[in-house]
Design a protein around this ligand. Structure first.
Ligand code: GRF
Length: 208
């Protein structure tokens, strides 16, 4: 039986520019195999929630704090994912670490965007400006972004796509962060969303 499109949930915590890139790409027809049907935030004040609303995508907030424990937090996430029949989870600036139990449950079905060329400047504690500060401090001349499968090791899963970005002599962490987003993240994440969605559809069709 033909399966139309993979159902995508995007997990966010902050500004949501990567979510916006996904929304825009879908609108432009660049994710024909997938459809964003849910946005989940772990932060009530995330601007990403407004982006979801503006795009008419259902958005839900689940906070670790209100849930009281990682277990209850993840149970709430799983309930939502089941309710919306999600096939693919995209972490787009989602700042909460997910347990091994969670990542195993959705094996090969969670992807993340990281703002460096993994294995450089990645792993626990490497998020936000810190990634770019460390790249500048080390003096590397090229950085970039990576989309990878999420497993139990932070930033440790199989690499799907990477794109390099030059570091300029006058760069600050802020200018570098912006350029990595513009030249790499916002391009790679929609590409990866389409790639994995297409794989999911093929797999589902084989199974029916
Ligand atoms: C991006 O740099 C992304 O690579 C990282 O967190 C940031 C999120 O930005 N994982 P935004 O919320 O998508 O604007």
């Amino acid at each position: 039986m033909p399966v139309n499109r993979a159902r995508i949930a995007v997990f966010v915590s902050g500004g949501g520019t990567n979510l916006q890139a996904l929304i825009d790409a879908e609108k432009a027809g660049a994710i024909p195999s997938g459809e964003i049907v849910l946005v989940v935030s772990n932060n009530k004040n995330a601007f990403a929630l407004q982006r979801a609303q503006a795009a008419g995508i259902p958005a839900q907030t689940v906070t670790r704090r209100e849930c009281g424990s990682q277990e209850v937090f993840e149970e709430s996430l799983v309930r939502l994912l089941e309710e919306y029949e999600i096939d693919l989870i995209i972490l787009a600036g989602f700042l909460s670490i997910l347990s091994a139990e969670f990542t195993r449950r959705f094996e090969n079905r969670i992807i993340n965007i990281h703002p460096s060329l993994i294995p450089s400047f990645c792993g626990k504690g490497y998020y936000g400006l810190k990634v770019h500060q460390e790249a500048l401090a080390r003096g590397v001349k090229v950085t970039g972004a990576t989309v990878h499968i999420v497993n139990e090791i932070p930033d440790g899963g199989r690499i799907l796509l990477q794109k390099a970005v030059d570091i300029l002599p006058e760069d600050t962490a802020e200018t570098l962060q912006r350029r990595v987003m513009e030249q790499a993240e916002w391009i790679l994440l929609p590409q990866a969303a389409e790639q994995v969605s297409a794989e999911i559809i093929k797999e589902k069709e084989r199974a029916t």
